[in-house]
Design a binder for this molecule. Structure first.
Ligand SMILES: Nc1ncnc2c1ncn2[C@@H]1O[C@H](COP(=O)(O)OP(=O)(O)OP(=O)(O)O)[C@@H](O)[C@H]1O
Ligand SMILES: [Mg+2]
Length: 460
């Protein structure tokens, strides 16, 4: 016997998931999970979202859109993301792919990079990007005290500035209300007394010259503001202090980034100095607050790449966490890229970062995914999916496979890109050097990539 006509139609239409109740009991049978899943796979396909980032499905390589922003926040509450994989597995390549597409949808990007993986992508948009590079012993050109006119001294501005100073003196982000009020009063008085030349140095001098009667004048109890301690800690950052060069700038350069949509901070040279790096991150945050995200409705993403080693330093981890707190009020997201989840130390700061990270990407990891499963409380289904990841980075058609979990939903996607795109994203090796050499010659990244692709096709 085999079904024909209407019967056959009945079998075909109802053998989709959730339709089994239309079968009679005689049609049903019990089988093991493997067998059932084999049939199940034939009945489902990748669902493409209305909007999102383009990936490929792993079965037929068909492009699919994956909505990892979740405009209405139906699937996630915070859209911050993290990418995990050992070195060379394609994290920065994936981040290039995600960021480029966001950028083209009008999202503003701030990339804080210690490894130079975004230079090619950024230089494809010469009008819209800017790079602020840290050079040893020089300031980044950010002056958080800088104002252009008196009305710039808004309560919000004083609030941000006081938070910056508390962070700088190591009081953390949540100083006591009494302390915070005291510092804001002093800042306010400083701006009233001094019409120009605002800087950390001049603020320092102001407090120092008034140290005898400043608190009495402003009706601040000495318990609420420790002038001596404040001057002592800040002495490292002013005059001939060890780190004074970080603040040596009269003009604020942040106007340079004001209208740029793609901003890269290259901090390669500061990698190993945790003190400078953490001050740098705080300065960058003030610049972002003042310029990029003045308009809270505007979408933006801040990405931290190659920060793994630095996150072990307490004050760097905290500086990164400050960004998470700041972005809550904005239409934005923060992305971090790590080789292993263990690079986030097991403490409350990391816990708060992970809690706020609801979009997870993981690439292939030969060492397994146990830590990831434990720290992120992944399900066994998630783990099975992770274990099924396979890359092909040596064949003719190269791709990586990626586990993406957004809120509670997870799936595996593939990332296979055209040659030109590959050239724009690749981060290392001779190919990268070849493209950069072409770029140096012509000063045009698009042309350099075309030349490279031509060169490659001749080689084949
Ligand atoms: N989806 C992909 N398709 C083709 N090639 C890829 C893909 N992903 C990665 N690659 C190749 O692998 C190289 C290394 O990738 P990438 O720099 O992204 O690794 P990473 O995980 O960021 O490493 P690290 O931790 O050292 O920064 C790229 O330069 C590129 O040549
Ligand atoms: Mg990388």
């Amino acid at each position: 016997y085999y079904p024909r006509g209407e019967e056959r139609k009945n079998y075909i239409l109802n053998s989709h998931p959730c339709f089994s109740s239309n079968f009679s009991n005689e049609d049903l049978y019990v089988t093991d999970l493997k067998h059932a899943l084999c049939l199940f796979i034939n009945n489902t396909s990748y669902r493409t979202d209305r909007q999102g980032i383009i990936f490929n499905d792993r079965e037929h390589n068909i492009p699919v859109l994956k909505d990892v922003w979740d405009e209405k926040k139906k699937r996630i509450k915070a859209r911050n993301f993290a990418i995990f994989a050992p070195t060379g597995e394609g994290k920065s390549f994936l981040a290039n792919n995600i960021l480029r597409q966001y950028f083209e949808m009008g999202v503003r990007l701030v990339i804080i990079d210690l490894g130079g993986s975004y230079t090619k992508f950024a230089s494809l948009y010469p009008e819209q990007y800017t790079v602020l590079r840290y050079e040893s012993g020089k300031s980044l050109g950010i002056n958080p005290f800088f104002i252009t006119k008196g009305d710039d001294v808004t309560p919000e501005r004083l609030e941000d500035l006081s938070v910056f100073l508390f962070e700088l003196i190591g009081e953390g982000t949540k100083p006591k209300k009494e302390q915070s009020v005291a510092l804001k009063k002093i800042l306010h008085a400083y701006y009233k007394k001094n019409a120009e030349g605002h800087s950390l140095d001049s603020f320092y001098t102001y407090i120092e010259s008034q140290r005898e009667n400043l608190l009495t004048q402003l009706h601040i109890h000495s318990d609420y503001f420790n002038i001596e301690g404040f001057l002592h800690i800040l002495s490292e950052y002013v005059r001939d202090g060890l780190y004074s060069f970080l603040f040596e700038t009269s003009e604020d350069q942040s106007y340079k980034i004001e209208d740029k949509r793609l901003i890269v901070f290259e901090l390669d040279e500061v990698k190993d100095n945790k003190e400078i790096l953490s001050v740098m991150l705080k300065l960058i945050k003030t610049a972002i607050q003042r310029t990029i995200w003045q308009n809270k409705e505007e979408k933006g993403i801040i990405l931290f790449d190659e920060f793994a080693k630095q996150l072990k330093f307490d004050n760097v981890l905290e500086s990164v966490e400050f960004y998470y707190q700041a972005i809550r009020k904005q239409e934005g997201a923060i992305g971090i890229i790590l080789q292993s989840i263990n690079q986030l130390p097991d403490n409350s700061t990391s816990a708060s970062i992970l809690e706020n990270t609801q979009v997870i990407y993981s690439l292939n990891n030969e060492k397994g995914y146990k830590e990831l499963k434990n720290r992120l409380s992944l399900s066994s289904h998630d783990l099975n999916q992770l274990k099924s990841i396979k890359n092909n980075l040596s064949g003719k058609r190269k791709y990586t496979e990626i586990f993406i979990k957004i809120g509670k939903e997870s799936n595996i996607f593939r990332l296979e890109v055209p040659q030109e795109v590959f050239a724009a994203y690749l981060t290392d090796g001779g190919d990268n050097e070849a493209i950069m050499a072409f770029y140096k010659e012509s000063g045009c990244m698009e042309m350099a990539i075309k030349q490279f692709v031509q060169l490659k096709s001749k080689e084949l």
